[in-house]
Each structure stands twice: as structure tokens, then as C-alpha cells.
Design a binder for this molecule. Structure first.
Ligand SMILES: Nc1nc2c(ncn2[C@@H]2O[C@H](COP(=O)(O)OP(=O)(O)OP(=O)(O)O)[C@@H](O)[C@H]2O)c(=O)[nH]1
Ligand SMILES: [Mg+2]
Length: 325
């Protein structure tokens, strides 16, 4: 019982505020587990959040996102920034994330207190990875990290959520055959503030980059910001300086005319809605009235006497009756 008492993290918060990496790591574990304690911690940290530049790095599997994040880390460190990294690990619940350590080769983090790396299993998250990524970023932000790099896989229907967490979203494409058509049609086109054509050491990189540039020019040309396209070869860090410059230019762009504030407001709104929806669903399924009636209604559907929609309407309607009584 006493472990659940708020006092159990009071000491952690104090050590966190003194800059202890281990305390930050523990707080992130609590946030990752979610629940009341996680919420209280995030409530407490919120006033200290908002200073860091949050950079999302997303794209298809194996495109070189981790390699780019590692290279960008070196560049941001060299410029005097502290760095936090949150990397989504899409490992299935079956393999349990055991190979996590091998997947992310953060060589520029080794032995450097100024770099904090956290990999997170994205499995089992109903709101997608982005809400958790935002919360973990809050912890790193309150910890005083200047730059936060968020690696997410840009696959699946929740792929675009990172756009609402990151100030700057870097979309990573590769020039591989077949990607051209697929990539340019994907939701990733909508969310990139900066595009990297990685594995530029491979054939057709120029052609792909040109095509991407003209597509973006058509879409955004004449506007305030046309997303730049940077060719990179992350494995030997070619072009990564140019990529970090493009990211910094986007940050400057956001800083003028209150754009950053507008963007963050949008992100916060999304986040509140996602959390509230999750809470409402929890209340619904935890409601004694619903619990008591579910089995009976379900049996009616199973017996063919009621349609699934009619059953759901009856359940949802019951909440209203329950609340007004
Ligand atoms: N030839 C070449 N290989 C690269 C380049 N960048 C990364 N790689 C290699 O591509 C492989 C995948 O790189 P990662 O950085 O793990 O890619 P990722 O997008 O993080 O992969 P997931 O997180 O598994 O989706 C590794 O073997 C890298 O060494 C590049 O620019 N050129
Ligand atoms: Mg990776």
C-alpha cells in the first residue's frame, strides 16, 4: 500500500530536479506504465515543460531512422545541446522486446551524460505511440534536454500522430525501387516539415529526390514553408549536417509569427481529446450498469435476436439513463 502513496515518487522528483539521470529514467518507467502515479507525475512536471525542440523522425521500416538519429545526436551535441532520444520499438508482445538494445545503435550516446536514450515498446497502446511519446518528451523536456529526438515507425494508420507531438517532423524515405509511387502517396507526405532521402549512396537517389522536390513544390510552393529535401547517407553521416541545418531552419521559421505556439496548441488539443476519449471508454466499460447488462445483451446478439448495432445502441443509451437517474 505504501508503495502507491505519492511519497514514493517525491524523492524521485527531487533527485530528478537535481539532474540525476537515474531518477529521470525511473520517472519515465512510471509514465510508461501509465496509471494514477504516472498522471500525478506528469501533472507536477507540466509547468516545466515547453523549452525543448521536439524533432520527430519517422518513415518506413529499415529506412535508416535510428542511424540518422544517432548522427543527428552527434551534431546537436557538438553544437552544445543536450539531447534526449525516445525510440519506438514496434516489437510484438511475443518477442518481448529482447532485441531492443541491438536495434538502436546509439554509438554517440555511449559514455555521454548529455545524451539520454529511451526505447519504448509501442505494443498495446490504444492511442498509438504518439501520446506516450509526448509524455516521455515532457519528462525529458522538464529534465532540461535542449533537443528531443523521437523515432517512430511511419507504418500503419496511426503513423501521422507524431506530427502533433513534434515541433518539426522529419520524414525519412529511401530511393529503393517501387518506393517512389508508394511513398509519395502515403500519409507521410502530409506530415513532413523536412524530408530526408536516406541511403543516397544507392541508385536512383537523385531521381527520387528530384521527384519528391517537385511534388512538394507543387503542393506548397508559394506558401510560407516548402519542406526541404535533403539527401543523406546516414551510415557514414553524409548530408546529416545539411539535414540538421534544415531542421534548425524549420525551428527558426516556427519561432516567428507565433507559429510554434499555434502548433503546440494544436498538439495539446489532440492530446487532451485522446486522453479524454480513453478515460471515457474506461468509465463506460467500468460502469456497473453496463457490466451487469452486457452479457445478457450479448447473448441476444449471439442468438440472432439483436443486431450488433442495436446492442451497442442499447448499451450506449443505458449510460444516459444511468447518468440522469
Ligand atoms: N547503404 C546504406 N545503409 C544505411 C544507411 N543508413 C542506414 N543504413 C543501414 O540500414 C539498416 C537499417 O538502419 P536503421 O537505422 O536501423 O533503420 P530504421 O529506420 O531505424 O529501422 P527500424 O527502426 O527497424 O524501422 C542498417 O543496417 C543501417 O546500417 C545509408 O544511408 N546507406
Ligand atoms: Mg530504428
Amino acid at each position: 500500500m505504501s508503495r502507491r502513496h505519492p511519497k514514493s515518487y517525491e524523492d524521485l522528483l527531487e533527485r530528478f530536479r537535481r539532474g540525476e539521470t537515474l531518477a529521470a529514467s525511473r520517472l519515465m518507467s512510471i509514465v510508461e506504465r501509465r496509471g494514477d502515479e504516472a498522471e500525478e507525475i506528469l501533472d507536477r512536471l507540466f509547468p516545466d515543460v515547453g523549452r525543448a525542440h521536439r524533432i520527430g523522425v519517422t518513415g518506413g521500416t529499415g529506412g535508416g531512422k535510428s542511424t540518422l538519429v544517432n548522427a543527428l545526436t552527434r551534431i546537436f551535441r557538438a553544437a552544445g545541446n543536450t539531447v534526449g532520444v525516445v525510440a519506438e520499438d514496434p516489437t510484438s508482445p511475443f518477442s518481448g522486446g529482447a532485441i531492443l538494445g541491438d536495434r538502436i545503435r546509439m554509438t554517440h550516446a555511449v559514455g555521454d551524460e548529455g545524451v539520454f536514450v529511451r526505447s519504448v515498446a509501442s505494443r498495446g497502446s490504444e492511442t498509438g505511440f504518439s501520446v506516450l511519446a509526448g509524455e516521455l518528451s515532457d519528462v525529458l523536456d522538464a529534465f532540461g534536454r535542449d533537443v528531443i529526438l523521437l523515432e517512430t515507425t511511419g507504418v500503419g494508420q496511426l503513423e501521422t500522430g507524431i506530427r502533433f507531438v513534434a515541433d518539426t517532423t522529419v520524414v525519412v524515405f529511401t530511393p529503393e525501387a517501387g518506393d517512389e509511387v508508394q511513398s509519395l502517396k502515403s500519409g507521410l507526405m502530409e506530415i513532413g516539415d523536412v524530408f530526408a532521402v536516406n541511403k543516397a549512396d544507392r541508385p536512383h537517389a537523385d531521381r527520387f529526390a528530384k521527384h519528391l522536390r517537385s511534388t512538394l513544390e507543387m503542393r506548397y510552393g508559394g506558401g510560407d514553408w516548402t519542406p526541404p529535401v535533403v539527401k543523406t547517407a546516414a551510415h557514414d553521416e553524409t548530408g546529416v549536417d545539411a539535414l540538421s541545418e534544415a531542421v534548425s531552419r524549420h525551428r527558426s521559421y516556427l519561432s516567428s509569427d507565433g507559429r510554434l505556439a499555434v502548433r503546440r496548441r494544436e498538439g495539446l488539443e489532440r492530446r487532451i481529446r485522446a486522453i479524454a476519449t480513453e478515460k471515457a471508454a474506461g468509465l463506460f466499460w467500468g460502469n456497473p450498469y453496463i457490466r451487469a447488462r452486457f452479457d445478457g445483451i450479448f447473448e441476444e446478439v449471439a442468438a440472432g435476436a439483436l443486431s450488433p448495432y442495436a446492442a451497442a445502441r442499447r448499451l450506449a443509451g443505458a449510460i444516459r439513463i444511468d447518468e440522469s437517474s
